[in-house]
Design a protein. Sequence first.
Length: 344
Amino acid sequence: MKGRSKLLPLAALALLACTQRPSPERIAGDTMGTTYEVVVTHRSANLSRPAIQSAVDAVLAEVNGHLSGWDPQSELARFNAASGTDWIPASVLLVEAVDEAQAVSRASGGAFDVTVGPLVRAWGFGAGATESAAAPAPAELERMRASVGYRNLESRRRPPALRKNAGTLHVDLDGIAPGVAVDRIAERLEALGVRDYLVELGGEVRARGRSPADRPWRVAVEAPLAGERRPYALVELDGMGVSTSGDYRDFRDVGGRRLSHTIDPRTAAPVTHGLASVTVLHPSTATADAWATALVVLGPEEGMALARRLDLAALFITRSADGSLLESATKAFEPFRRPMPPAL
């Protein structure tokens, strides 16, 4: 998901290099249009590498099978293809993912919205988009807005089911599914007795316990610079997930105007503020994933005010007119921050 042109490509989080200690168990590969990596520092003698690989593969297959917006055979694709407004039976996994997304939608006043895909494509971004030399006409956007809106999507747990209040509603979980996958891999590892691990998928990271350096895991937040990759800040994780959303990897010029890929569902147009990226830490990587997006949509003032009110651990990086980067962080973010070493 993260490697494709999509609704909300998130900034990469670079793992710090390991020190000279016994090699950890490392499993990596391709999934969801991006890459993943699982690092296990310590494992019991009766837990084999193939067992870890099998557990990871099972989670990835499960998440793809239920939440993928790219696989036409996925459960989500079948839901999107259904017309009408009746309740449609759904898996617990799909309902839980929708519920997590909807909770952030409600708390953010609609800044995060898993139904916004048609508007994203209309502006020339995301899957199936046609890059146009002109912005979409207001009448076209207004027509699309009739079938967009998180309030048009309902869920229930018993029995698990989803319902569209607009038959043409299309749900895209790419802004939260990578975080769901990371969380479920972490849960599967812990069920196997693993207590020291790091899971990364498409830039979403969750870690617990000790790293190969025999200290809590440290992750570098990337500087929001187009065409350049370097660390900006350092955070320490133990039982936490972290996600970054930004505007510097996916944008285009239309008539001399830079258009961000981030669409504000409330206005049906790209955001126009100077917020370059937001990093969020949360016990749920999926929730961090969704909130990073929502806060970017809200912008530096409204987003920061809400993050402070909800006590979210968030780092905001704003791009000034001269191109320099300015930052602000919530009080909840500071306990996770560590000094940047000179080597970075």
